[in-house]
Ligand binder design. Sequence first.
Ligand code: SF4
Length: 121
Amino acid sequence: MNKQDLVCIVCPMGCRMTIEKDESSQLGYKVTGNTCKRGVTYAVKEVTNPTRVICTTVIIEDFYLKRLPVRTDGEVPKNMIFDCMMEINKTKVKTPINVGDIIVEDLLGTGVNVIASRSAK
Ligand code: SF4
């Protein structure tokens, strides 16, 4: 990687940043365009170990809505998102569900759970 442009997704400011290798810096990278230091953390993580929280829905069988909103309670490696979605898509739930209930435990061995984003009673 010589130089990479990216947009920080940590807050709604969406700073446009550039990251490049810099052996002289403590992190090994030089980041420009960030407004705060969280941008540096995000940029380095994005080029070394990118991860994401997954927000999606699962089928709910006995509720007036056909799908229940869910999300992961932590970040999963970006290269596992497709496999995680395939696993989540197999899931069907029934009421009652409380917000925060675990819908899928330890998603594909990531240590991250899929939890309900709303209640359904
Ligand atoms: S660099 Fe800081 S201000 Fe800019 S988007 Fe990221 S978190 Fe927000």
